[in-house]
Structures are given as C-alpha cells and as structure tokens.
Ligand binder design. Structure first.
Ligand code: 13P
Ligand code: SF4
Length: 369
C-alpha cells in the first residue's frame, strides 16, 4: 500500500507522505493509540495529524474534540477533549480566535453561543443528532403555553433556537442538579426536561421533582436492552458494565455504573477494572483505552453516524478553507446564551453525576407530553 494521506485543497487532491520526519513528530501520539489503531492506518493518519497541528498553530485555532471522536482525532489533534459540559466550559475559557468543533452541530452551536466573537467551524455541517432534531422551538413554545410557571430545562443536545426558548440547559453530567436548582428557583415541585425521554426518566428516579418529558431519543443509545446486558454478563462474568444515561432505564438498572461520557472515563481511570463493557458509542472505549492500558474493553457499542461524519480529512479542509462557519441569529444567540450560562454558573459538580437507579428512592414515573 502507498503510505500517506490524501486530502483536498480547493477541490484538488493533495498527497501527504509518511516521511521519517512525520513519523518522529507523531511518535508520542502513536504511542497513545497503538492499542486501537493499526500501523497501516497510522501511516495514513500521521501526515494529516502533523499538517493539522501545524495549521492550528498558524491560524491560532483550537480543536474541541468530543469523547466519541475516533482515536486519531481525539488523541491526535484534539486540544481539549471531553463530554458536552466540559467542551462548553473549554470553549468559553479558550482565548483562541478560531474553534474547530470535532463533534456534532449542536456542540458547535453551543460554542458559538458562548463565544460570539470567535469563529466556530464545524468540519461537516450535516453532523446532526437525533435528539436535537426531535424538537423545534415551536414545540417548546407549545409546551410552555401548556405548563405555565413550570421551568423548562433543555438538554444541551438541542438547537440554539430550542435553547433560546428555554430557562436553563443541562447535560447528562449535571441533569439532576439542574432540575433541582430550577425547581427551587421557580418555587415549584415540577420541571420540564426535554427532549430526551430516557434521560428524563433516569433523572426522575433520582429526584423528588416531578418531571414532564418529551419523547425524543438518541438513536445510538435507545437500541440497547436489558437482555443485551444479561447476555454480556453471562458471556463475560466479572466484566464491569458502564452505560450512558441516554439508555432506557432497564439498561441503567442492569449496569454497574451510569454517567456522562466523562463520568464513564473517570470511572475506568479511577477503578482500573480488568474488563469493561461500555454501553455507548464505539469510539469511547478506544479513547479511554489509551489511558487505561491494563483494562480490556469488550463490545458491544453502536456507532453514531453523525459523530462519524467528522474525519481528519474534513478537519484539515475546515482549517484550510475556514469552513463551515457556524452562525446564529444574534437575538436567538443572546437568549440561548442566557440558558447555557445559567447552567455554567451553577457550582461545578465535584464529579459528574452518577445515575444509580438501583439505590434510587423515587420510583416515580414521568408525565410524557
Ligand atoms: P455527553 O454529554 O455525556 O458527552 O453526551 C453527549 C452525547 O451526545 C451522548 O450521546
Ligand atoms: Fe446525538 Fe446520540 Fe449521536 Fe449523541 S450519540 S450525538 S445523542 S445521536
């Protein structure tokens, strides 16, 4: 095979060879990913990684990479990596002029909402999310008319238009904290938590606040079942099973631990289990593997087709061509910023929330809109 990478500059193919200089420059990165990336693949990735890191320096850009990016992106070019909450905080802290969001569109919008003066680029504007597309701003206006006086908490996996109609945002790392803070501030025992039905049900089990939910689902996490967990336990006795709270409650109940993508990563690095199953998107385990070489990771996982639209090639093209810039109507952005900022201003959780449905005291159901 011909070593090196192929990318496009102004529509014309450009070849980046795997030279000894590239090999030496990227050797520390290769060390991190070699448990998950073959030498053959690395010879194709490394030249683009070196080129992207050079372009970032030239353009004063940073790359915010979500935990679901493939390892060559996550470890190779990500300046800040993490879950949705962590990336939103980093966008705001960074003094870079340009942010390239290696994640999906709602994440890039969140960065733009928080940093109106920065240029925010998304390598593929079609990188969507089934949760973000499950609800519109008109839906939220209808919900508010139906439940006057009840605070609206919106999961960060939503468009800026939806966030603009909202009182406060949350992520899976702080949803219980946000719901309780909103209910206390509004002086009510009810809270609207949209659009993820399963996250809402998992939150409802852990708080006395009554939750009103929307029937949106993550197409990646909704597919896991309790039967999958039973089969995995039978096949891999002793393996620890970690799940994301976008999974149905029956999956969270059957798992050993549930939390945001950052919380799952922390669990592995703190406890160093011998064997782990991550009930979430596939790249998560590959990325955690780099820092936990003694843990062996077992499937299954589901690919997020939206996250997988982001590649080294389109990150390179984003930097070369300054594309695709995320723009938001300033009035919408200002209103969305209030909701995101209200979340960020809450005291940061000592550690991302854990969803323990087995110990949960409140076995209450949600009201589905
Ligand atoms: P986290 O906030 O846990 O990173 O989750 C984002 C996401 O899209 C999960 O599907
Ligand atoms: Fe959206 Fe699910 Fe993909 Fe996350 S994994 S971006 S929630 S579709």
């Amino acid at each position: 095979m011909d070593d090196g990478a192929l990318a496009f500059r102004s529509g014309s193919p450009v070849r980046f060879p795997f030279t000894p200089a590239v090999e030496a420059e990227t050797a520390p990165l290769w060390d991190k990913v070699k448990a998950r990336v073959t030498p053959l693949e690395w010879r194709a990735h490394a030249p683009l990684i070196a080129e992207i890191n050079r372009l970032k320096r030239d353009k004063g850009a940073v790359i915010l990479a979500h935990n679901y990016m493939t390892p060559e992106i996550f470890h190779g070019v990500g300046d800040y990596v993490g879950d949705s909450l962590g990336l939103a905080r980093e966008a705001q802290r960074s003094d870079a002029k340009v942010i390239v969001q290696a994640g999906v569109h709602f994440m890039a919008e969140t960065s733009k909402v928080l940093c109106p003066d920065k240029r925010v680029l998304i390598p593929d504007p079609l990188a969507g999310c089934s949760l973000a597309s499950s609800i519109t701003a008109a839906d939220v206006r209808m919900i508010k008319a139906r439940y006057p006086g009840v605070p609206v908490v919106t999961y960060v996996n939503t468009t800026a238009e939806v966030k603009a109609e909202t009182d406060i945002c949350c992520t899976s790392a702080n949803a219980v904290q946000v719901v309780e803070a909103a209910a206390a501030e509004w002086g009510t025992d009810r809270c609207i938590l949209i659009p993820d039905e399963f996250l809402a049900r998992n939150v409802a089990r852990q708080t006395a606040v009554k939750i009103i939910a929307w029937a949106g689902h993550c197409e990646v996490h909704e597919r896991f079942t309790a039967e999958d967990i039973r089969e995995l336990r039978a096949a891999y006795p002793g393996a620890e099973i970690l799940a994301h709270p976008e999974c149905p409650a029956e999956v969270i109940e059957a798992a050993d631990f549930a939390g945001s993508t950052a919380a799952m990563g922390e669990y592995v690095s703190r406890r160093r289990p011998a064997q782990v199953v991550m009930i979430t998107e596939c790249s998560m385990a590959s990325n955690v593997q780099a820092d936990s070489p003694e843990t062996s990771f077992i499937g299954p996982c589901n690919l997020c087709p939206h996250m997988k639209r982001i590649s080294l090639e389109n990150i390179y093209e984003a930097l070369v061509h300054d594309r695709y810039e995320v723009t938001i109507d300033p009035v919408i952005a200002e209103r969305a910023r209030a909701a995101v900022q209200r979340m960020i201003d809450l005291p940061p959780p000592a550690q991302p929330a854990r969803y323990d449905l087995v110990k949960a005291r409140h076995h209450v159901d949600v009201e589905l809109i």
